[in-house]
Structure formats: structure tokens, C-alpha cells
Design a protein around this ligand. Structure first.
Ligand code: ADP
Length: 607
């Protein structure tokens, strides 16, 4: 089992500076807050000693003065520490929001092929989990703040110990006893530190292991709970009666409890041992101070002061070690976060603007394009040569897995060709500015997604909706009446994820997706299985209006319904990543080749 990478104090400091960039005074708050929280502990010990000594010397007015100093100074420092803490709490909130924003922006700016990788998905999941709980930026900053406070306490306590050692009156104290007792005390301290370090390293290792396991089971648990509660899966779960299957899967998650018990046992054992050793050290320390007091090197009040300082020091060492374990663990998340944030952005570094053309003369062509998916050997497309002529309606057909969707993904620059080039008006599409390039496309993917937001915003992809255009596209896809009957008309919230919305049927959802593509009004339209979920009447309507709907636009339809291809200017048949046939409907039928086979396979069911 590997241990977490330790973060040095310098690294922690850099982390704080980076995360609180938007609040530059935060570093002073943390420093000042840590020091004042530490100082307050020692002011107590120091002033109590003064008061006690004054009382013992019957110097009552001096004692009263010290009491006033004690009350005022403790109050002042505590106020300062509390103020720092308040400002700190206030300031870390934006830091956390910024971190979340950075994660989301990163996810959007990553290449699509990166997003599809299991490794990326896993790291994204860990980052999200970290953000929402253990390891989140706010939590991490809090840990470091507490850690620095404990270190400050240890630092001050070291000052007291140094003072104690210096307070030796060798006329009264025997040098031999001094050296022996100091050596004994130093050895006891070193022993405790060594034991503590070993102890906490072991606990840290166990805690990391347990937390990582916990993380895995949390991912599984939230996956199962999400889909057990989801509208989409509800029917399948009931009909296939898979409830008990999922409940069993869920039970497996409780296995993690064993890890917790084991960890608890281990933690208890080591903490118990540590407490015992610390008590022993406290005893030795008291013995040492009493020896000094007996020799007259320290006063009665100072006995209390030094004892208090040393006990606080030991507590702080223990706390600092504990915080350290937590920092190391959540540092695992930070590493993931850092790694995630530093993943390459899209290498869509083309800068050419797209010429805005009212005549929509955007001609796209594939030149000897071959492609295989990253980390795979098999070519999915092989030597594709194809031109989408302006205004042409092209149907793309072929069996499942023939490469139709992949061809579209290359066209949309979601992937880059492994070999060959795709050109827009003669220029490699990679040279164009990506944002401008995607402006020329309206796409309805087979697995399109509607947002659980209002219907009109779904179509417009924005909160600013052009009402006239919206009404037009709703009419074009035959949704006007349906929308009028919705609870809040075109502003009706869709689905139930973020509120009490209205559900759509598969066909209605597909119409909304088509409306979204029409609303965008781009010169090049791509429809992947655009009518698969529509009823025959709606499908016929859409197809009859197809040419009207698309107007002068260039359009590509991926379709399994051969009858729909009749409406297209050209048909391209893909087979195992290669162009098998190209031509118009009747011509291809007459040829009695692949297209004819596909057509016949479907037509025979109607005859
Ligand atoms: P179609 O749209 O014609 O059904 P696709 O273009 O979706 O076919 O898929 C073509 C081939 O590419 C299939 O064999 C499929 O398994 C493979 N494929 C699709 N997506 C990926 C991916 N992200 N990684 C690896 N292989 C993929």
C-alpha cells in the first residue's frame, strides 16, 4: 500500500497563496490567526505564574495588576484570533467556488476524446468527490490553518523549554544532576516524537487505504441510488424485476464497514499507546521541573507555567500529527485536482475566422480520411473521399458500427483524422477557429440530451429567447399545440430533476431536439437518426417538409429507414468504414448492391 505524498510546509504555503489569490490579505489572516490562537494559550500560563508568585510573596497589588493584564490581554488576543477566524471563513468560500469553477471550465475546455477516456472520467469523479467533501479546497485550507496554529504553539513551547533550560542556578543545582536530568528529558521527548511519527504514519496509511475504499463504494452507491430513483430506469427495473439484484449490489457496499472497524481498532490501540507515553512524558517533565524548583532555579508559579507550556506542547504535537494525516490524505485529492486542471486543453488552436457568407457557400470535403479511435488498433474509417456540396441533402446509411457517427464526429472536430484531411472551402478544418467553426453546424445527435430547464431555453440554448423564431421552429416540428397545452406554455420546466417539470415522450423530446437545431439556423445541418422516436405520422410530416425545413442548407441525415432516403439528393452507403456505394435512391436500387439489400431487408416487412 503506497502512502500519500507528503506535502512540505513550503508547498502548503504555496497552495494557500494560489487558492486565495482573489483575497490577497488571506495569507496574513492565516499567519496572524495561527500566531494569536497559539499565543493566547501561553499568555495564560505566563500570567498565572506571575499572579501566583505575587500572591505567594503577599504582593497583592502586583497580583491585582497581573490579573488586569491577564484579563485584558487574553480578551484582546482572543478577539483578534476570533476576528481572523471569521474573516478566514468568509474568504475561503470564494476560494472553494473558484476551484469548482475551474473544474467545470476545465471539463468544458478539454478535448472530447479526453472526456471519453475512463481515466479522465475517474479523475473527474474524484475531483468532484473531493470538492464536495473530504479534500475540498475549503476543508484543505482549514486543515492547514489548524496545522499552522499547532505548529505555532509548538514553536512557542520550545521557547519556554529553552527558557527552562537556561533557568539553572548552578550555585544551587548540581551540574551532574542538571546534565543527567536534561539528557533524560531530551531522550524522553525524542522517544515520544519518534513513536508518534511511526504511530501516525501507520494510522495515516490505514486511513488512506480505508478512505480510498470508501470512495470507491461511495461512487458505486451514488450510481445505484441515482438510477434506482431515475425516471428513465424506473420501468426497466420494475419489469425486469432487478430490484433485488441492485439491493444485493448495494449491500456489498457495507463491506466497507469492516474496514472502518479495523481502522477504529487500530487507531484506538495506537492512540491509547500514545496517550500512555505522553502521560509518562508529562510525569518525567513534572519531575524535572520539580527538581529545578527544589534546587531553587524556578519559582512555584513558574513550575505551573513550564508544566502548562510543556503539556500544551505535547498536545499540539499530537494534534499537528493528526492534521498532518488529514492533509496527506486530502492531498491525494489535490494531486488529482492538479493533474486534472493541468490536463491538456483542446489543441484546437486554429485561428482562421470563418467567412460569414449569406449565400451559405460552405463546402466540406473529406480527402483520403482514415481514422482509428485513440488507443485502438482497428481503423473505423478507411480512405474516405467525399464532398458535401452546398445545399445538398445527403443520406448516410449502413449497418450498426459501419462508422456513420464517427464520420460526423470527425466533421465536427470532436476527433482529428488519423490520416488524410477534412477541408472547408479548400482549407483544413483544423486551421479554423474552433468556436467559429462549430457555428456553421446544427446537429441532432442520436443520444441528444435535453436539459432539465425550461423548454424555450432548451431550444434557444440561452436565457435570451427570440420568441418569434421559437414560435416558428415549434410550428415547423409540429409542437405548437402540445406546447400551448403545457402548464406554463413555452416556459414550462422539463422533467423533474430540478423542480416540478413536465415529462416529454421520446418522440416529443426528439422534436424539441430538432427544433433546437432549426433555431440555431446554421448553414449545415446534421441529423443522426432524426426520426427514430417519432410516430409514423409525425415522421411522414417531418420528411414531407424536410426540404422545406432545410431550405438551402446543406444537410446530412443518418438514417436506418431506407424510405426516408428517397427525399435526399444523394445516398452514401458505408460498410466497415469504407464507402460501399454512392448515388440516388432509384439508381442504387437498380444497381441491386448493398443499398438494395438494406432496402429489401426493411421493405419485406411491409409487403
Ligand atoms: P455507426 O454510427 O455506423 O453505428 P459508429 O461510428 O458509432 O458506427 O462506430 C463505428 C465503430 O467504432 C464501432 O465498431 C464502434 O465500436 C467503434 N467506436 C465508436 N466509438 C468509439 C470510441 N469512443 N472508442 C473506440 N471505439 C469506438
Amino acid at each position: 500500500m503506497k502512502t500519500a505524498k507528503r506535502m512540505s510546509i513550503k508547498e502548503m504555503w504555496h497552495f494557500i497563496l494560489f487558492q486565495t489569490k482573489s483575497f490577497p490579505s488571506m495569507k496574513y489572516i492565516i499567519l496572524f490567526g495561527s500566531v494569536s490562537a497559539a499565543v493566547v494559550t501561553y499568555i495564560d500560563s505566563f500570567l498565572y505564574a506571575k499572579i501566583l508568585d505575587s500572591l505567594l510573596a503577599q504582593a497583592y497589588s502586583t497580583a491585582t495588576r497581573w490579573v488586569i493584564v491577564l484579563v485584558l490581554s487574553v480578551l484582546l488576543v482572543q478577539l483578534l484570533a476570533a476576528a481572523c477566524n471569521r474573516i478566514y471563513q468568509h474568504g475561503t468560500y470564494p476560494a472553494e467556488l473558484n476551484a469548482k469553477k475551474r473544474t467545470a471550465q476545465k471539463a468544458f475546455s478539454m478535448e472530447y476524446e479526453e472526456i471519453e477516456r475512463t481515466e479522465t472520467l475517474q479523475s473527474f469523479r474524484r475531483v468532484r468527490q473531493g470538492e464536495n467533501g473530504h479534500g475540498g479546497i475549503k476543508y484543505q485550507l482549514q486543515l492547514m490553518y489548524s496545522y499552522f496554529t499547532e505548529l505555532a504553539k509548538v514553536f512557542f513551547a520550545c521557547g519556554f523549554v529553552a527558557l527552562l533550560l537556561l533557568r539553572s542556578d548552578f550555585q544551587k543545582e548540581s551540574i551532574f544532576v542538571f546534565v543527567l536530568s536534561t539528557a533524560l528529558l531530551a531522550a524522553a521527548f525524542a522517544g515520544v516524537l519518534w513513536l508518534g511519527k511511526k504511530n501516525f504514519e501507520k494510522i495515516g496509511e490505514k486511513s488512506l487505504k480505508m478512505n480510498l475504499e470508501n470512495e470507491r463504494s461511495n461512487t458505486l452507491a451514488s450510481y445505484i441510488v441515482n438510477f434506482m430513483m431515475s425516471e428513465e430506469w424506473g420501468q426497466d427495473i420494475r419489469l425486469y424485476q432487478t430490484q433485488s439484484y441492485f439491493v444485493k449490489k448495494f449491500r456489498a457496499i457495507f463491506e466497507i464497514a469492516k474496514g472502518y472497524i479495523e481502522y477504529g481498532r487500530y487507531n484506538g490501540k495506537y492512540n491509547g499507546a500514545m496517550s500512555f507515553v505522553l502521560q509518562l512524558l508529562a510525569g518525567i517533565t513534572y519531575g524535572y521541573i520539580v527538581l529545578k524548583a527544589m534546587a531553587g532555579s524556578v519559582s512555584t508559579g513558574q513550575v505551573l507555567m513550564y508544566a502548562g507550556a510543556i503539556i500544551t506542547m505535547m498536545d499540539s504535537i499530537r494534534n499537528a500529527m493528526k492534521y498532518r494525516i488529514d492533509i496527506d490524505y486530502s492531498n491525494e485529492y489535490l494531486k488529482t485536482y492538479e493533474e486534472f486542471i493541468n490536463r491538456p486543453n483542446m489543441h484546437y488552436d486554429g485561428t482562421l475566422p470563418i467567412e460569414k457568407r449569406i449565400d451559405n457557400q460552405y463546402e466540406l470535403s473529406f480527402r483520403h480520411v482514415s481514422f482509428r479511435y485513440p488507443d485502438t488498433e482497428q481503423y473505423v474509417l478507411k480512405d474516405i473521399n467525399l464532398t458535401f456540396r452546398v445545399g445538398e441533402k445527403l443520406a448516410l446509411v449502413g449497418k450498426n458500427g459501419a462508422g456513420k457517427t464517427t464520420l460526423i464526429k470527425l466533421l465536427l472536430r470532436l476527433y482529428e483524422p488519423t490520416e488524410g484531411q477534412i477541408l472547408l472551402n479548400g482549407i483544413d478544418i483544423g486551421k479554423y477557429d474552433y468556436d467559429e467553426y462549430v457555428q456553421i453546424f446544427s446537429v441532432v445527435f442520436q443520444d441528444f440530451q435535453l436539459y432539465h430547464f425550461p423548454l424555450d431555453e432548451n431550444i434557444a440554448g440561452s436565457e435570451n429567447v427570440d420568441e418569434e423564431k421559437l414560435a416558428r421552429v415549434l410550428k415547423q416540428v409540429g409542437l405548437t399545440e402540445r406546447v400551448e397545452h403545457m402548464r406554463e406554455g413555452r416556459h414550462t420546466l422539463l422533467y423533474h430533476e430540478v423542480g416540478d417539470g413536465e415529462a416529454l415522450s421520446g418522440g416529443e423530446a426528439q422534436k424539441v431536439a430538432i427544433a433546437r437545431a432549426l433555431y440555431k439556423d446554421a448553414p449545415f445541418v446534421i441529423l443522426d437518426e432524426p426520426t427514430a422516436a417519432l410516430d409514423p405520422v409525425a415522421e411522414a410530416e417531418i420528411y414531407e417538409n424536410f426540404n422545406g425545413l432545410m431550405g438551402e442548407k446543406t444537410a446530412v441525415y443518418i438514417s436506418h429507414r431506407m424510405s426516408s432516403c428517397k427525399f435526399c439528393d444523394n445516398i452514401l452507403v458505408l460498410e466497415q468504414g469504407k464507402i460501399a456505394e454512392f448515388g440516388i435512391h432509384q439508381e442504387l436500387l437498380d444497381r441491386q448492391g448493398r443499398y438494395y439489400e438494406l432496402y429489401q431487408a426493411q421493405a419485406q416487412h411491409y409487403l
